[in-house]
Write a new protein. Structure first.
Length: 254
């Protein structure tokens, strides 16, 4: 029987000389959950993820991913995770279909590139090159590439950075659908609205430690119950609402 917990992180630490980049970080991620890791630059988010993803050594602490110890069996872990790549990481002389087939070969898996592209709504771009895609399409393709090995856990690092409002919200829908089909997702973002919209729970990091870990609405309710009041009354709409109302929510891609 599958455990409800996909990822267990316990007292994870990483030190560079006198700097505690990550200091005794602990959290877990439930199966089929979208878990957000938030924090300012330098908070330790990237270092934490790289240790979980086997890309950086662990000084102390433990990471168990779907029952496997990351430190002891990194090769097994690599076959259980999908990591979103930036568009610059792709070969520019191969089509989207050829790239997905190549990634499948690297994992010794037979993949259906059209099915993967359909998953991220890029089926009509199967014969295109990455350089020909819009920003939103590139981000969606990076997610398709991360799904090649049918991962247990999908890592998305700032997936909507640089996208216009329509493309960003469209990608939110893609991420929600992937989760609804059984995937577990760990997400980092600098957009608080994005975290509130997508994440079941968020861990807020600062100076290498986790200072809060709860569902977004629970964190908001706690802040308000502690007497927090904004300096000015919240507006009923913001400029992004105006923009989307005037230009529409539909995605525009060539």
């Amino acid at each position: 029987m599958l455990s409800d917990i996909v990822l267990e992180v316990g007292n994870l630490s990483k030190r560079y000389n006198d700097l505690h980049a990550v200091h005794k970080v602990s959290f877990d991620v439930k199966r089929q959950e979208i878990f957000g890791i938030l924090g300012p630059n330098g908070a330790g988010k990237t270092t934490t993820l790289e240790m979980i993803e086997t890309l950086r050594s662990i000084d102390s602490g433990r990471v168990i991913l779907d029952g496997i110890d990351v430190s002891k069996e990194p090769q097994k872990v690599k076959r259980l995770i999908g990591v979103q790549l930036q568009s610059s990481s792709f070969f520019d002389k191969l089509t989207l279909t050829e790239l997905l087939l190549l990634f499948g070969e690297l994992y010794s898996r037979q993949v259906d590139p059209i099915k993967l592209l359909q998953e991220v709504e890029l089926k009509e771009k199967a014969s295109s090159y990455v350089a020909e895609l819009s920003g939103g399409q590139k981000q969606r393709f990076s997610i398709a590439a991360a799904l090649v090995n049918d991962p247990v856990l999908l890592f998305l690092d700032e997936p909507t950075t640089g996208l216009d409002p329509q493309a960003r919200r469209h990608l939110w829908g893609v991420i929600k659908r992937i989760r609804s089909e059984g995937k577990t997702i760990v997400l980092t973002t600098h957009y608080m609205e994005e975290a509130e919209e997508l994440c079941d729970r968020v861990a807020i990091m600062d100076r290498g430690t986790i200072i809060a870990n709860a569902p977004p609405q629970q964190l908001i309710n706690t802040l308000v119950s502690n007497g927090f009041k904004k300096d000015r009354v919240e507006r009923l709409a913001n400029l992004e609402d105006v923009f989307l109302n005037l230009t529409g929510h539909s995605l525009r891609e060539e």
